[in-house]
Design a protein around this ligand. Structure first.
Ligand SMILES: [Zn+2]
Length: 1031
């Protein structure tokens, strides 16, 4: 064997032998395809809609040719392709080759058979691997071409708003003879060349690879296929030299991350799923070892209803263990903003779907591409039958490199899950030498564990894995110098990691992504829709359950609620709720919210009608009164506004029992009325006996006092409720990112349009209002409201927002000193620092919270509550709420227009727990319901109450598939160990603990005692109970 004398010439010689650009007239690559033949005929028709096959083939097709272009964006072009295979091709492998910049689906005999997307290296549909003379030589195919690319149709850059006028070109449509022997040699040589280059000259194995490749080129005469076996034998001899025992194991799994909507609308995703999955099915037919991990029950449901034939094939491959449903959730949701209950429903809807369709639930949570992970997720996973978690996104951290790839992740309650980040830092690998080497090199736990995941396949429209990827990895299965690469499954990976887990480290608390922190604020209407819909579904479930318990004839709207929940869960997808999607998706999402609110309001009304029927029918001459319903689990005394005579609204102070109702005939008198006074300098003082506020003409708080103790909340010389505008120009990901340097551009908003004036003089409610000019063209009007007995000041805010790349926040400097602030998260809260000591601290300059955040020192604190905001920060003694952004990509119209939202400030004595901040934040988000009623006397009614203020009864619903049984979910909200009593007036016959999937967790029944059910909690523990009602 002649060894190469000169490394560089040998390397480049092999490169040229494989080149797609150079010397294709005489190199190996130039021989990949043999004879070609155009279609016998090609015709097409175009439609703006995404229509079914049956409708498409009935249309009139007009002649078309290669080189034609189609469009504009989002149209669909259907092609009829008549093919006639030349008889001389007998015995040859024949492909139908189709190249276009649009995404294609091949249909044959009315079934989808192959997805074709050039960007995903899918341009061939294999007609036969060896043409038989007896086979019919003529056939008709249809190609459905979507006028959008893999990443939509961004104008100029990927995430730019779509170009509405883009055209898509058909650049190739032909029959070709495919030379598989040439292909196999190409794959051999590519691997050897990569090893030679990447392992390097100083590495023995790298040098051997170069030697082998050089010799193969010597042996190979490209015009004489009879020389190929000798060349292949050289490669085989090299690849069969095996590794030692200590070598790292890579678990390769086919994957295709499909965003459920992003730079394209939901409807296109349905076709992306079909195109990708049919491609995977074809590949599985030829490669029985191929595995494919596939998440998101919603996408399975889409394919089930739109492509039943394909779905059947998928079910068969699921049964064979090749097509592997993973994740357990309805969609791959945002990991920060959905409420605790929403996260439970993601799993409840997902796992139940997987159980019904495939006979098993998923055992791993799968969320590779989400912008941070709540510290409550481990407990939610464990409650849904999941102990394993795979993600990857934290490799995108801009500041700190996450210290592990395999570790235990521990949530705020102490629940742990085994977590793995594929160390190659991608969920779209191509099975290349460089990637498997990087996987081992990057793996930060490789001394502790010897296994890594490797997800390969083109995502989104790319159609997942390719034959080349598989063939590369076959050669790398066990060859000295490379890690072992085995086609594996999530179960095999995690089982291997579990065996090695004794030395793993534990990460406690949230997995915060140090990037994409603008997604807590972008697309404010989507955030608001999410919060409102979470509220209405909560209320519908509570009221419908009470109605069902009271009246056996009431039909709990289980299927309607499932439909509405699934819409809400879909909108929680990780490019929708974060606001990182195009305008078309925003429009769909807002429509889904409107539908949930509309249908939810109807269901709520039906439940109230049934629950309170006798109270709702005023008799003739009845002066009428008001029924007030409370869906929260504590008694509330609040000022409500109720319908008065002739369309007027009147205020009343009412007390309503926990999860129940009361009829208000004689409103209560407040212990102290609200007093509003205008002072000489134009400022206004408001007080209600609990708090006293003083506001300047621009609506800023000069003073906010707790009257009990005369404690001031606003530091001397500071102004709270100060609006500030920041320049907001990130580095690339416009809708996603707010950068640290935006803080250096702060401009306080000080242009007054309308000075502060009194709008309600006091009594039960006092209010003042003012208007400001923001930036050049936006305006803000605020009404600041103080109710009798209420411990917080409410800011009802309207903004006309017309900015570009600006960020609006409101700031509350407070007279509190603490190194940590507290933020509400799902079923609990956590603390984050108020200082920027370390890089881990300052990287959290913009964080997320749910209904409240709080800054407390011993004995005193100030909380900020909100009804639809998620972005926040606390630096030093300044609490900020992030209100509006104005990114221009991928939606150029993002957040433009009218906004309404409410936040509130609540100073308090003692801890936020003892002061009831948690309960008040709920009350702000779940207003009391008022309904006109008859004035007959009626005792107040309470369905549930909880004896400890540390425990929140969050959810009351009918058990899935079990009419007559109720599920209630409670959590410990203070971070304490506590025993409490759950009291109910429902006719409970039997009570037992169940998991989040509503399966009883122990045979043991809970004792139903006089005081109710005795329940024990540890900090942030979530408990679900199954209550069987007496029929
Ligand atoms: Zn994604």
């Amino acid at each position: 064997m002649a060894a190469p004398k000169h490394r560089r010439t040998a390397l480049e010689r092999v490169e040229k032998f494989l080149s797609e650009t150079y010397f294709t007239d005489c190199n190996l690559r130039g021989r990949l395809f043999g004879d070609r033949c155009p279609p016998a005929s090609l015709s097409c028709f175009q439609t703006p809609r995404r229509i079914p096959y049956d409708e498409a083939v009935r249309q009139e097709f007009r002649p078309a040719q290669v080189g034609d272009s189609f469009g504009p964006t989002w149209q669909t072009c259907w092609f009829k392709v008549e093919l006639s295979i030349p008889p001389a091709w007998a015995g040859r492998e024949v492909h139908f080759v189709w190249e276009s910049d649009g995404e294609g689906m091949v249909w044959r005999d009315a079934q989808p058979v192959q997805g074709l997307t050039k960007e995903g290296e899918k341009t061939s549909y294999i007609l036969t691997s060896s043409m038989k003379e007896t086979e019919p030589h003529s056939l008709t195919l249809y190609v459905e071409l979507a006028c959008n690319g893999l990443f939509g149709a961004g104008k100029g850059s990927m995430i730019a708003p779509p170009d509405p006028d883009k055209r898509f070109t058909l650049s190739k449509a032909e029959l070709v003879v495919f030379n598989r022997d040439v292909y196999e040699l190409l794959v051999d040589l590519e691997i050897l060349l990569d090893m030679a280059q990447l392992l390097g000259e100083e590495n023995q194995r790298g040098s051997q690879a170069l030697c082998a490749a050089n010799q193969m080129v010597n042996v190979c005469n490209v015009t004489d296929p009879s020389t190929f076996p000798a060349a292949r034998a050289l490669a085989a001899a090299f690849f069969s030299q095996r590794n030692g025992e200590s070598q790292h194991s890579i678990h390769a799994m086919g994957h295709c991350h499909i965003d459920s909507a992003w730079l394209w609308p939901f409807e296109e995703t349905i076709r992306k799923c079909a195109r990708s999955w049919v491609t995977v099915v074809r590949l599985m037919e030829r490669n029985p070892e191929l595995t494919f991990a596939c998440s998101q029950a919603q996408q399975f449901e889409w394919v089930r209803s739109w492509y039943p034939g394909l779905y059947k094939q998928i079910q068969d491959f699921v049964a064979k263990g090749q097509f592997i449903p993973v994740g357990g959730t309805w969609v791959e949701m945002d990991g920060n903003l959905p409420s605790g209950e929403s996260m439970v429903r993601q799993f409840l809807q997902g796992q139940r779907f997987f159980q019904q369709q495939f006979g098993r639930v998923c055992s791993e949570f799968w969320l590779p591409d989400t912008f941070g992970y709540s510290a409550q997720l481990p407990q939610v996973m464990r409650g849904c039958g999941i102990r394993r978690f795979l993600t990857q996104k934290l490799s995108w951290n801009l500041v700190n490199s996450f210290p592990h790839h395999t570790f235990f992740w521990e949530g705020i309650d102490g629940s742990r899950v085994l977590t793995h980040f594929p160390p190659g830092d991608s969920y779209g690998m191509h099975g290349r030498v460089e990637e498997v080497l990087r996987t081992v090199k990057n793996n930060k736990d490789k001394g502790r564990v010897n296994d890594s995941a490797f997800l390969f396949g083109f995502g989104d429209g790319g159609g997942g894995p390719t034959q080349e990827m598989l063939d590369r990895m076959k050669r790398m299965s066990d060859t000295d110098g490379l890690p072992r690469v085995q086609i594996s499954t999530p179960d095999q990976l995690f089982s291997a990691l579990e065996k090695e887990s004794s030395q793993l480290y534990t990460w406690v608390g949230e997995l915060f992504l140090e990037l994409h922190n603008g997604t807590y604020t972008t697309q404010a209407q989507i955030k608001k829709g999410n919060r409102e819909c979470e509220r209405i579904l909560h209320d519908v479930e509570v009221l419908s359950t009470l109605a069902m318990a009271q009246d056996g004839g009431f039909q709990y709207p289980a299927s309607q609620l499932q439909r509405l929940w699934r819409l809400l869960l879909l909108n929680q997808f990780h490019d929708v709720l974060p606001g990182s999607c195009i305008q078309l998706v925003v429009e769909d999402a807002l429509q889904y919210y409107a539908e949930i609110l509309r249908a939810g309001a109807g269901l709520q009304q039906e439940a109230v009608q049934s629950l309170c029927r006798e109270l709702l029918e005023p008799e003739a001459g009845d002066a009428g009164s008001t029924l007030v319903l409370n869906t929260l689990p504590w008694e509330r005394t609040e000022v409500i506004s109720k319908a008065g005579p002739a369309g007027t609204e009147t205020l009343a102070l009412v007390t309503v029992p926990s999860m129940g109702y009361a009829v208000v005939r004689e409103p209560l008198l407040p212990p102290q009325p609200v007093v509003v006074r205008k002072l000489e300098d134009g400022s206004i003082a408001m007080e209600n006996g609990v708090i006293a506020a003083c506001l300047d003409v621009m609506g800023r708080l000069i003073s906010l006092q707790l009257l009990d103790c005369q404690r001031e909340s606003v530091p001397d010389g500071c102004r709270a409720n100060q609006f500030a505008l920041f320049d907001d120009v990130p580095l690339y990901w416009d809708a996603w990112d707010v950068m640290d340097y935006h803080l250096e551009t702060r401009k306080p908003v000080t242009t007054l349009l309308k000075p502060l004036e009194v709008t309600l003089a006091g009594g039960l409610r006092g209010s003042v209002s003012f208007s400001l000019q923001i930036g050049k063209s936006s305006t803000l009007t605020q009404e600041i409201i103080l109710d009798a007995t209420c411990p917080y000041l409410r800011f009802l805010t309207q903004v006309e927002w017309k900015e570009a790349h600006k960020f609006l926040k409101v700031e509350f400097p407070v007279q509190v000193r603490s190194p940590n602030a507290t933020y509400e998260i799902q079923f609990g809260h956590l603390q984050r620092p108020t200082h920027w000591n370390t890089s881990w601290d300052w990287a959290r300059f913009e964080v997320w919270a749910h209904k409240w955040l709080d800054l407390s020192e011993h004995g005193f604190g100030v909380a900020l509550l909100n009804d639809c905001k998620y972005g926040a920060s606390a630096h030093g003694n300044i609490l900020s709420l992030s209100l509006l952004r104005a990114p221009k990509s991928p939606d150029a119209t993002a957040d433009m227009g009218h906004h309404q939202f409410t936040y509130a400030v609540m100073p308090h004595l003692g801890s936020f727990q003892d002061a009831g901040v948690i309960q008040h934040a709920y009350s702000l988000n779940f207003p009391l319901h008022t309904v006109p009623a008859r004035s007959a006397p009626c005792p107040p009614y309470s369905a549930f109450s909880v004896s400890s203020p540390a425990v929140v009864l969050e959810t009351v619903k009918q058990a899935e598939d079990r009419p007559g049984a109720v599920v209630v979910r409670l959590y410990e909200a203070h971070g304490s160990t506590v025993v409490t009593w759950l009291q109910t007036s429902l006719p409970v016959e039997e009570a037992m603990l169940c998991d989040l999937l509503e399966q009883p967790v122990a045979a043991e029944r809970l004792q139903l005692e006089q005081r109710g059910l005795r329940l024990s909690f540890t900090p942030f523990r979530v408990l679900s109970l199954l209550l069987v009602l007496r029929q």
